[in-house]
Design a protein around this ligand. Structure first.
Ligand code: NAG
Ligand code: NAG
Ligand code: NAG
Ligand code: NAG
Ligand code: NAG
Length: 435
């Protein structure tokens, strides 16, 4: 009884104050009169009245109280964000460098099933075009182009990418999209235009016969998918992608894939023999000119990878819960465990399809292993480089990539014997803090 009384008094006093400040009652009655014009059917009068009154005092209260206003704005921001990002939609960027097993890891997402739109190295076109135009890549300009193309693609917009495809697509149709067949999303029924006899498409679909790629169809299919993933070996600095993490339309998850730089070099010397002929010569001579451009380039690559990881592991606010570091060696040794962790990190269900793909492709025999093949005995693969790289070269990598090796937990070797002694693991068991 007493409480009721007190509440009434407080309420009355509040009303008087509010009314004094804002003349609400007159405004409310204005609104009521407006509402009851002949054109608008009368609402049940009671509820309309309460609603108006409530709305008016809500607005007034917010004027009186800045904290309340802030809360209201946050709520609006949140609602807006929810509308912009479809509920639960994830945007995955798998960032790596060449020869780190990124095609293999990309398959974890490519095989996810029909609620994932996966793109394999779309930035290939951007890099190529920028290199052609200027004869060398301007890192700043390239980083900006990569960022903008990725941002659009995560929103299923291919228009900027199109401008980098050579020859330029006609009516959004192209025969030249790099490695189209490596994205199962681009070879699905819904993106498969009728096959045209006599039209050559270099990277044609293998699962079905399709005509040249219609990017409008690709975009439409992308929009229907729940999640989107892109793999790229071309982004140098994670920091350059910050606007994507801050874009309210996206819920980006960055996965940075790294590998022992000594193993990467050994693998590149085989895969890109022409480009790495200096290294091969040095391997034979047993002597490496430490101030050579190639060595500087190696150092630059290692530094970029390390700096990106340092940013990620530091977890600045813009990257919170958005960054995960994965070592190739861990994936090769424990593919199922790591894939489970990656899926948990992204917040996407780990499907039986992905599981069976991993099982099938990590216990395979050697037969199917081509240079780009992902079908390898992955445990065996991890140690192979130790027998193909001369100790001298390993030493050079250790020298210029020392901090990178340390950060990721790769042990230094101090002799030829240690390098080739399989009983000594060069991989420290290391947990990287994510989440
Ligand atoms: C409630 O107030 C907002 C302004 O804060 C106004 O835009 C809205 O139309 C009002 N709603 C009603 C039902 O009067
Ligand atoms: C609402 O979002 C904008 C940008 O999206 C931001 O600048 C602003 O600070 C946010 N406001 C609040 C109250 O969180
Ligand atoms: C690289 O590109 C940026 C931005 O387009 C430009 O400002 C800069 O001068 C370029 N640098 C070189 C070395 O061309
Ligand atoms: C590409 O696909 C879109 C959407 O299905 C269609 O409207 C358009 O005609 C196609 N373009 C060509 C050149 O076939
Ligand atoms: C894969 O390699 C590991 C390590 O050398 C070996 O133990 C395993 O038997 C191999 N598995 C297959 C299926 O070849």
């Amino acid at each position: 009884m007493r409480i009721k009384y007190t509440i009434s008094i407080v309420f009355f006093v509040a009303l008087v104050i509010i009314e004094k400040e804002n003349n609400i009652i007159s405004r409310v009655s204005d609104k009521l009169t407006l509402k009851q014009t002949p054109q608008t059917p009368l609402q049940p009068s009671g509820s309309s009245h309460v609603l108006l009154k409530h709305n008016a005092s809500f607005t007034t209260l917010s004027k009186l109280h800045p904290a309340f206003m802030l809360m209201k704005r946050r709520l609006e921001n949140y609602t807006q964000h929810q509308e912009l990002t479809a509920r639960g939609r994830k945007h995955i960027l798998l960032l790596a460098t060449t020869r780190t097993g990124s095609s293999f890891v990309g398959e974890f997402f490519n095989q996810q099933g029909n609620n994932m739109f996966y793109l394999f190295e779309p930035l290939w076109h951007v890099e190529r075009m920028l290199t052609l135009e200027t004869g060398g890549t301007n890192a700043t300009a390239a980083a900006r182009a990569y960022r903008d193309v990725l941002q659009q693609l995560l929103l299923c917009d291919f228009s900027l990418l199109e401008s980098f495809i050579d020859p330029l697509p006609v009516d959004h149709v192209t025969t030249g999209l790099f490695r189209r067949e490596s994205s199962s999303s681009l070879c699905e029924e819904s993106v498969c235009s009728p096959f045209v006899k006599g039209v050559f498409e270099r990277y044609h679909c293998r699962t079905r016969r399709c005509g040249p790629l219609n990017l409008t169809m690709a975009s439409e299919s992308c929009l229907q998918k729940e999640h989107r993933a892109i793999k790229s070996v071309r982004v140098r600095q994670l920091e350059t992608l910050r606007p994507l993490a801050e874009d309210p339309r996206l819920d980006v998850k960055f996965i940075q894939l790294v590998r022992d730089p000594r193993a990467v070099l050994a693998s590149r010397m085989v895969a890109f023999a022409a480009k790495y002929k200096n290294w091969k010569q040095w391997a034979m001579d047993g002597d490496v000119p430490i101030d050579d451009d190639e060595v500087r380039k190696l150092k630059g690559n290692c530094d970029n990878i390390r700096m990106s990881a340092e940013v990620g592991l530091r977890q600045p606010p813009w990257l919170r819960r958005r960054y995960m570091l994965v070592r190739y060696e861990d994936i090769a040794r424990f593919p199922m465990r790591k894939a489970t962790e990656m899926y948990r990190f992204t917040g996407i269900p780990f499907t039986p399809q992905v599981k069976s793909w991993i099982l099938k492709n990590t216990q395979a025999s050697k037969e199917a292993s081509g240079v780009y093949s992902t079908q390898k005995n992955s445990s065996e693969q991890v140690e192979k480089w130790r027998f193909s790289i001369p100790f001298k070269i390993a030493q050079v990598v250790q020298k210029v990539c020392g901090p990178t090796l340390k950060l990721f937990g790769y042990k230094f070797v101090n002799s030829e014997e240690m390098l080739t002694d399989k009983s000594i693991s060069l991989i420290e068991e290391k947990m990287f803090n994510f989440l």
